[in-house]
Design a protein around this ligand. Sequence first.
Ligand SMILES: [Zn+2]
Length: 297
Amino acid sequence: MENFNPSPFLVGWHQAMLYGAFAMFAAGILLYVFHLLKISSIKSYKEKYDYISRREIKNLEITFILFALGVAMLINRYGMDKIDEMGVWFFVRLFISFAGGTLVGYIAFLILEYYYPGRVDKKLKKWRYMPRVNPKTGNKMRLLAEHEEDVHLDEGMKAEEDVFSIDYDVWIDEQTNDVLVEKYQGHLQALQCGNCGFYTLKVVREEITQQPTINSVGELIKHYECSYCKSVRATAFKISTMEADDFKKEKHVYKKNQDVVLVKVEIKSATGGSKFYEFGDLVQAQKFLTEVEEDKK
Ligand SMILES: [Zn+2]
């Protein structure tokens, strides 16, 4: 190289960009590994569900932002062995690196916003319907079929408040009648949009059209909107004021062959392994199977 003598600033800058990029990629990978370890370290299926529902997409977002920063830093090393003096080119390259980083970030955003929620939904269903084990006896529990009310009001929820209704899953140990009640925030889950097919349909508003009382169920309308195609849907649900503790008291005493409909599904994989899932009713099982089918396509 004849007379190639870049300024100390450029040397330092290019070095910083290299180490910075390494640091960004490493941090992104570490975060993702941490995320996977965290999920596998959680014992309870319900807590796995909650963690995935709360963190999966957010953690991947941060991972991709770190990768995008890494890419932007690498772009800042482009042509470093040809030009040794500061000039306008330095700022042009800086600008291009911002554009490149933004592009990577934007592609990641599209994936996480539209494609990935379908996968999250499958993971969530897996943990939500995985048969629970009674910690006292070690028995497998069964998920009760839909109770008479679809959704429930959260503590202190009032019509004018912007609080969402909740779903309760009731698991029962047939031998001891022990009951396990799990609480799910229905509005956090993205559903599949009937119009565009993406898992981008979310509850945007709920309205109580008939107040429930201690003795009678009320009615609540959930308004859904798809964040992709903007199509809307409204569905009525029966609601009650019953809360988690009430299930334990008396509501669901197990009666053999009456209260419980158990649907057992075995899924065999091509590699020879098989997995069992149990469902409280046929609707849940069919919904799950449809998704497994779609997964194979
Ligand atoms: Zn849609």
